[in-house]
Design a protein around this ligand. Structure first.
Ligand code: BYC
Length: 483
């Protein structure tokens, strides 16, 4: 079957890339498949592998109507290889090869770089499933449980997407990298996942929602940049992944939004005017807004680290080679080669945080991070609207990019959320006011009682405005058979 918008479900591995006619890759993927299922059974959602989950599955890759909803047991989900349609006469749009025909094969001189990008991207996908594997047990509703599992199966599919590229285009070392993607484990001291944020715990549902808001949004930015790639198969696979990623960010934004809504509502009902009266708010069985701010601080800063160093020769090399572009590269009005332009980068100069012009080429990570921060800020404003509408006097804010960093310019600096450089002693004294403390974690954990009755929601979260696939309020999104 040639490449098409329709997905071939007649093979074990659904695809629109003509796998039936590519026996070498089909065989390699079929050999990888049992290891993947084994990983899913041991590291995927714990306790719900025999439950029937109302999931969407991609049946076609055209923008409308690619999703088919039905009850599926997660291990039976049809993970497959789906690439956005090939664009006629697509070109390399940036870097030294700008204007050349986009590559359908890996350019020999860029093989190692490209493989590295695919492996890093691939590594994050199973990592997030591992991080979230315990959450089903404390789901605040069947609706939320279903959304968690949808995100999980799609991250699994994104792993498949990268493994396909490794098997198809990188020969033996690609197959070895694909195997290694199933070996590493989030948070494991001996074989950790590659990027920092993917080794952190996701201990509760507020973390899950913050993660899908902030960290999946890094996913969006990185996939957008890779979708610009001159290596066409990478571009096409990232373009399709982005359609799935949008739902993950929706889950995060509405999840936090619903927690905020419920808190404000409970405060109003109880006549509590002061959002900082944490003890009084917590007695209502909801999460106080200052704690939500701390969680946002944590997940935002962990996600900022995922952009790498502000000034990076790796990023310049990726760009020059035409492998990884900027956010919405083709919409930017410049020479797309950046040989002479500069870009302002925040740096520590004589103990003060200042903007310094750097060659735009080496500042690619910084630029992408700026685009990311702007995108996050819009979402935070939408949360603030919920607070405002409820008549509560509180505003959530993004902390300064120098705050709580482990990668790049500010990795060794202690800074307040407002971006003032501070001493280690001051940091130690104030850290618990800015980031979730053990006591905050214990309180949130105390609220994480499962709520699995149809149409019911846990005390700390409001119901969604509309259901998935337009289903009514008491729809049974997961038929639970615990294993
Ligand atoms: N943790 O020049 P530098 C997603 C390493 S999320 C650990 O500063 P570069 C998803 C770096 O590897 C999106 N190590 O940065 C979301 C390098 O090591 P080597 C995932 C880090 O290379 C939710 C060294 O430090 N996709 O999809 O320009 C759920 C110096 O690097 C970190 C991608 O990231 C870190 N945070 O940029 C599920 C796209 N940061 O090479 C999924 C592909 C840097 O010296 N990846 N290092 O050994 C990339 O484009 C780049 O690898 C990075 C780093 C942007 C991550």
């Amino acid at each position: 079957m040639p490449e098409t918008t329709h997905v071939d479900y007649s093979t074990k591995i659904p695809n629109n890339v003509g796998l039936m006619d590519d026996q070498r890759v089909l065989k390699a993927l079929e050999q990888w498949h049992p290891g993947y299922i084994d990983w899913w059974m041991t590291m995927g959602p714990e306790g719900f592998q025999t439950s029937d989950v109302y999931l969407r599955t991609a049946v076609s890759i055209d923008p409308k109507g690619w999703a088919k909803f039905d009850y599926v047991k997660m291990p039976d989900y049809r993970w497959g290889i789906l690439l956005a349609p090939r664009q006629e006469d697509r070109r390399v749009n940036f870097g030294t090869h700008k204007g050349e025909k986009a590559w359908q094969d890996v350019p020999g001189e860029y093989r190692a770089m490209l493989r590295r990008l695919v492996v890093v991207q691939g590594d994050t996908e199973p990592a997030s499933v591992e991080q979230q594997r315990h959450l089903g047990k404390t789901a605040p509703s069947l609706y939320d449980m279903r959304n968690l599992f949808q995100v999980n199966v799609e991250e699994g599919r994104h792993l498949w997407a990268m493994v396909y590229l490794l098997h198809k285009y990188f020969g033996k070392d690609g197959r070895e990298e694909a195997d290694a993607l199933l070996q590493r484990r989030s948070g494991d001291a001996d074989k950790p996942r590659m990027l920092g944020a993917f080794n952190e715990e996701t201990p509760d549902w507020l973390s899950f929602f913050m993660f899908t808001f902030f960290t999946d949004r890094d996913g969006k930015m990185q996939l957008e940049s890779l979708a610009q790639s001159g290596f066409d198969p990478l571009s096409r696979t990232c373009r399709f992944m982005l359609t799935e990623e949008a739902h993950h960010m929706f889950v995060g934004e509405t999840g936090v939004g619903r927690a905020i809504e419920r808190t404000c509502q409970a405060m109003k009902e109880a006549g509590i005017e002061d959002p900082n009266d944490i003890a009084a708010v917590r007695k209502l069985g909801v999460i106080d807004l200052p704690t939500m701010q701390k969680k946002a601080n944590l997940h935002f800063t962990l996600s900022l680290d995922l952009f790498g160093s502000e000034v990076s020769t790796n990023a310049a090399n990726y760009y020059n080679s035409g492998l990884k572009g900027r956010f919405q590269e083709t919409r930017i009005e410049d020479d797309h080669q950046l040989t002479r332009s500069t870009y302002p980068v925040s740096k520590l100069v004589d103990g003060k945080i200042k903007m310094v012009d750097e060659p735009a080429l080496t500042a690619i990570n910084m630029r992408l991070r700026d685009d990311y921060v702007a995108d996050c800020a819009k979402g935070v404003e939408r949360w603030n609207k919920v607070i405002e509408k409820a008549g509560v006097k509180f505003r959530l804010e993004l902390p300064h990019v120098a705050f709580h960093r482990h990668i790049g310019e500010f990795a060794n600096t202690k800074a307040s959320p407002r971006g003032e450089a501070i001493s280690d002693t001051e940091w130690a004294g104030k850290k618990d006011q800015w980031l979730p403390s053990k006591a905050d974690g214990d309180f949130i954990a105390s609220l994480m009682a499962p709520c699995w009755e149809r149409g019911k929601f846990a005390s700390w979260i409001a119901p969604p405005k509309i259901g998935i696939d337009n289903k009514g309020g008491d729809f049974e999104y997961v038929k639970i058979h615990q294993a």
